[in-house]
Design a protein around this ligand. Sequence first.
Ligand SMILES: [Zn+2]
Length: 144
Amino acid sequence: MFSPPPAGRDLCYTGVVKKRIEEISAAFGGKLIGTKWMKQHVCETLSYMPEYITSYITKNCWFFSSLDDAWAFTFTGNDLKDKHLIFLSDDLLHQHEGQIRYSIAHEIGHVMLKHRNSVLERQTKREIKKQEKEADAFARQFMR
Ligand SMILES: [Zn+2]
């Protein structure tokens, strides 16, 4: 039988998570380029991760999706120098929440595990397969 948690506790928990999500969002500065929906999912996914991951990703990673109010976007100069760019497609952002968070965590895994994952670099199928497995294992740790 389903019994909801006591209202007081639930509200308190929601408040803590909300504050954490706001902190993470602020730490990114301008590096989340996309819809509110996308930003919410990225910050929520990070809120389940330990501080060293959150701080590395908010410093070194840009997230990019379609925008509500622009058709195109240009990165200029050193915006992305030594940084990582994670693109989240519209199709992904239309999936259910668990899938979205899993995919975001998987991509964060590639960054944290220092995978090469570059369009400019050729990798063997074997190397790619190994990296995908590692990124999946990383992501699974943070799913609830
Ligand atoms: Zn992958």
